[in-house]
Write a protein that binds this ligand. Structure first.
Ligand SMILES: C[S@@+](CC[C@H](N)C(=O)[O-])C[C@H]1O[C@@H](n2cnc3c(N)ncnc32)[C@H](O)[C@@H]1O
Length: 230
């Protein structure tokens, strides 16, 4: 075979490889898009959500109840992902009760068919129980506690982790309770900046942090999708 012919064949092979990897990439993109865009669900989230009419933020700003500890920039996110559950039967768990103010806020926001469960390590939190607000006492790092919690909360549509914000607490809670969340439910873990705080078990690129744990989950998801298309 002449040198020229050899190089043409090599180029053709190269172009073919390039084409098939482009095709694979396109397929992967498509699969990931399908996985991430929940179509109807996403549309519902966007329809219900109106930046200028955030009832949760209004409640927080005029708080008629007990003290609430939340960051202002969370309210846009809460309303975007939670508004589709309003005025329907919804079971909401919040880990971290503090003064009980956020539990009252969820109850008002979600409406008359909402059941709110607050979870806290502090036994004194029990005093914040009221109609449709139940308090469960326990340590969120303890897997046995989390497993038996499922009996007390047989249905969880929304879980908000606003507890101790330490790495093992967030990871154990996620591993035990994420599989228990209803289909199309929402799992929200707050204060992820502690993933960068050594005193909370985190640190920049610390493999034990919740952020690095989450990145690994994303890697696994992408690897799974790409292996189906290769
Ligand atoms: C940030 S405060 C919760 C604020 C509340 N959600 C609000 O928005 O008003 C954190 C709460 O988590 C509780 N907590 C801390 N470590 C915990 C653990 N390991 N298990 C369960 N609760 C914990 C604390 O007792 C405290 O009440």
């Amino acid at each position: 075979m002449s040198k020229f012919k050899q190089s043409v064949t090599r180029n053709q092979k190269y172009i073919q490889e390039l084409k098939s990897s482009e095709e694979r990439l396109a397929l992967m993109k498509d699969e990931l898009h399908k996985l991430s865009s929940k179509s109807d669900l996403e549309q519902e989230e966007n329809q219900n959500h109106n930046h200028n009419d955030n009832d949760l933020l209004k409640y927080f700003e005029n708080n008629p109840g007990r003290l609430i500890f939340k960051w202002m920039h969370y309210f846009e996110i809460y309303d975007r992902y939670f508004s589709r559950f309003r005025n329907r039967e919804v079971h909401v768990v919040e880990i971290g009760v503090a003064q009980g103010g956020s539990l009252q806020m969820w109850k008002k926001y979600f409406g008359d068919y909402a059941y709110i469960y607050g979870v806290d390590i502090n036994k004194r939190s029990k005093r914040f129980e009221e109609e449709r607000i139940k308090i469960i006492i326990g340590e969120q790092q303890n897997r046995n506690f989390l497993r038996q919690m499922k009996n007390q909360c047989p249905r969880i549509d929304i879980l908000i982790d606003d507890g101790g914000h330490r790495m093992l607490q967030q990871i154990n809670t996620f591993e035990e309770l994420f599989p228990h969340i209803s289909e199309n439910g929402v799992y929200l873990c707050e204060d992820l900046h502690t993933s960068y705080w050594p005193q909370h078990g985190g640190g920049y690129r610390n493999p034990n942090s919740f952020i690095e744990y989450s990145k690994t989950l994303i890697d696994k998801l992408v690897r799974f999708v790409s292996s189906r298309n290769s």
